[in-house]
Ligand binder design. Structure first.
Ligand code: ZN
Length: 190
């Protein structure tokens, strides 16, 4: 940020430079690295010229990037025995303008032991998950909480929507039964 740009109300994203610690005190929504103050979040700057303090206030309504703690949903693109790759398309109920890649590792599927990812989800399913890390711009996901998991699943034999029955997931068209990690309200939201 150049000298002339130092004012309140500027739109900033995580990592944007806000100034140096010789000039400003870092306020909420900022972090310091090598003496430089950066924005920690997506939001707008607030420059307190009296106290020489710079803060960033979150733009909740227009935030378009998943963050750690966000509940996201997306389609399963690929399933391997130990992980699944998702295309995140929604944060909460809000659709995203771009697409983000999410990775769900088998150890983050459930609090109990899961032997293979193939019993958790299949390619084409829609999953709801929580972002637990965003290291290296990859969103690592968890479905360990009870209300997370596959929210929309298709029969791998005939492509019809699977229903959650008393004995697991069942296709009401061809009778095929399959396994998924589903929340208890599966089918009610979709
Ligand atoms: Zn079927």
């Amino acid at each position: 940020m150049s000298r002339s740009e130092r004012k309140s109300g500027l739109f900033v994203v995580p990592g944007d430079r806000l100034g140096v610690i010789e000039e400003f005190t870092p306020g909420p929504g900022t972090y310091v690295e090598h003496g430089t103050i950066h924005s920690k979040i997506t939001g707008r700057t607030l420059l307190d010229t009296l106290n020489k303090k710079v803060s960033v206030y979150p733009l909740v309504r227009t935030a378009s990037v998943p963050q750690v703690g966000s509940i996201v949903s997306g389609q399963v693109l690929d399933v391997k025995s130990k992980k699944a790759v998702l295309r995140i398309s929604q944060v909460g109920k809000r659709p995203l303008s771009g697409f983000f890649t999410g990775v769900l590792h088998i150890s983050d599927v459930s609090p109990s032991y899961v032997d293979t990812m193939f019993s958790v989800c299949k390619t084409g399913d829609i999953m709801k998950a929580k972002v637990i890390s965003d290291k290296n711009r990859t969103f690592y996901l968890s479905t360990a909480e009870k209300d997370l998991g596959v929210i929309y699943a298709l029969c791998s034999r005939c492509g019809y929507v699977l229903r959650l029955g008393e004995r697991g997931m069942r296709c009401s068209r061809c009778g095929n039964t399959e396994r998924r990690k589903v929340p208890p309200d599966y089918g009610e939201a979709a």
